[in-house]
Design a protein around this ligand. Structure first.
Ligand code: GLN
Length: 496
């Protein structure tokens, strides 16, 4: 049987750091590395559906440019020059369609590159293609994609999570050693947990949102994903930094995440205070996930960390607050998809008014979950309900931020399981949106507070034999702490 997880050997089995070293020391060319990944995509993506678009020609041209520059004796453009990457199809690219996995934008070509796309190109990183997601990043399983769900390489009957299931599945299948995700309520960390990969949601404002198709602007953040903590750190340093094109971009130096990952690789956590969030240590969750979580805590202790239980009472209200604020922002952001300016236009046969054409276009272009959120958000923002819903949810947001602040007075990082269960079956939750939303419990508080977090692989649940992730959270702008603790945890696991 064809295996869908990372091959045992060969270029597609290697880490990005090792590939970069091999390319820069001329043991292998970027073209060979890029071709190997394109071949792997061709062999496996019929089953996995991680990619909405593969740009073989452009990827190989970018690879050749790196090889030629190395031939001329020039220094590599970045630590990752020549190592290919998969880009979530929510970021604009001028040389490939940007669809947000929606019929509304099918085939749409952006007139400009997102800042993250530009930084990736400038770093000499070939872009293999654009990865599948839940439509406009709304969902937790990729089943809301207008172009079919992504399948988990560990079990093709199951979801790789969402919304960034395509990026995470691509990593888990050895289709790409690096991938870009976006995280509004967990879309980087949750799929990472379900696919045995690493995903980081950076501090809000530290990675540019320019050219990221907005879902909920006060929550959205672009972030790096890979199969190791060091690879994720290397990519983090490529994409982070101030951008005057993003009004919420923060003008301060990028955290030293690569150095932190290297420091963590020694596995020594002495002196570190780890807060265990009481609210997310629940007896009712999947026993195999909770057993794995408790083993992770024991491992952190054995590495020298001190475990301290912390109370974050308002985390329980994060789900209700998020699923009000998020749709409110969606209802406003997605108003631009009106069939007039770009994307799908339907019903424009000369018999309908402009208003009617807009309404036919939106009815045809958006899927059910997107429509549900637009309706909920519009309702919650309407006169008479604004105070009761939106304003109330914003107050809860403040309480959650205060819970974090109080916790970080006592501890350096917080940990929780990333998800309450391992990967669920495709189809299992589609008819029950609340069940789907519940799956996001652990990842939402962080976005509401604008802080940073990582999901790092913590092994496999004994009751499902599927991957589990440990979520590590840190204060705003302490992204380097995630990498230090994540790398130490990863090192501790490989020694165990
Ligand atoms: N699952 C969450 C939602 O549907 C988070 C999505 C995301 O982070 N983009 O809103």
């Amino acid at each position: 049987m064809t295996s869908f997880t990372v091959p045992e050997s060969g270029l597609t089995s290697m880490t990005a750091a090792d590939l970069a070293e091999a390319i820069h020391s001329r043991q292998v060319t970027s073209r060979e590395v890029t071709s190997a990944h394109l071949d792997r995509i061709a062999d496996t993506d019929g089953e996995i559906n991680a990619f909405l678009h593969v740009g073989a020609e452009q990827a190989l041209a970018a690879a050749d440019a790196v090889d030629e520059s190395l031939d001329r004796g020039e220094a590599p453009a970045s630590a990752l020059a020549g190592v290919p990457l998969a880009l979530k199809d929510l970021l604009t690219t001028t040389d490939a369609p940007t669809t947000a996995a929606s019929k509304m934008l099918e085939g749409w070509m952006s007139p400009y590159d997102s800042t993250v796309t530009t930084k990736i190109r400038q770093a000499g990183i070939p872009i293999l293609g654009k990865t599948n997601l839940d439509e406009f990043a709304m969902g937790s399983s990729t089943e809301n994609s207008a172009f079919g769900p992504v399948r988990n390489p560990y079990d093709l009957d199951r979801t790789p999570g969402g919304s960034g299931g395509g990026s995470s599945a691509a990593l888990a299948a050895g289709q790409a050693p690096l991938a870009i995700g976006t995280d509004t309520g967990g879309s980087i960390r949750q799929p990472a947990a379900l696919t045995n990969t690493v995903g980081v949601k950076p501090t809000y404002g530290t990675v540019s949102r320019y050219g990221l198709i907005a879902a909920a602007s006060s929550l959205d953040q672009v972030g790096p994903t890979a199969r190791t903590v060091l690879d994720t750190a290397l990519l983090h340093e490529v994409i982070a930094g101030h951008d005057s094109f993003d009004a919420t971009s923060v003008d301060r130096p990028v955290a030293n995440v690569v150095a932190a990952a290297r420091k963590g690789a020694t596995g020594d956590l002495s002196g570190l205070k780890v807060g265990v969030v009481k609210q997310f240590d629940r007896a009712g969750w999947q026993p195999g996930v909770m057993d794995n979580y408790h083993e992770s805590l024991a491992q952190l202790t054995s590495q020298g960390a001190e475990i301290i239980e912390v109370d974050c009472p308002h985390f329980d209200d994060a789900l209700a607050a998020y699923y009000l604020i998020m749709p409110c922002e969606v209802s406003s952001n997605l108003a631009r998809f009106d069939g007039m300016r770009y994307g799908l236009r339907a019903g424009d046969d000369g018999t309908h008014s402009a208003d009617k054409v807009m309404s036919i276009s939106r009815a045809e272009g958006f899927g059910d979950e997107v429509k549900r959120r637009i309706i909920v958000g519009t309702y919650a923002l309407s006169v008479g309900y604004y105070d009761a819903y939106y304003l109330q949810a914003q107050r809860v947001r403040t309480l959650i931020a205060q819970d974090f602040a109080a916790a970080y007075e006592k501890v350096d990082v917080l940990v929780t399981p990333t998800t309450p269960t391992t990967a669920f079956k495709l189809g299992e939750k589609v008819s029950d949106p609340l069940e789907m939303y519940n799956f996001d419990l652990c990842t939402l508080p962080l976005n509401l507070a604008g802080l940073c977090g990582m999901s790092v692989p913590s092994g496999f649940a004994t009751d499902s034999n599927l991957p589990v992730g440990l979520q590590i959270m840190a204060p705003a702008f302490a992204d380097d702490r995630l990498y230090y603790v994540g790398a130490a945890f990863e090192a501790g696991r490989s020694k165990a």
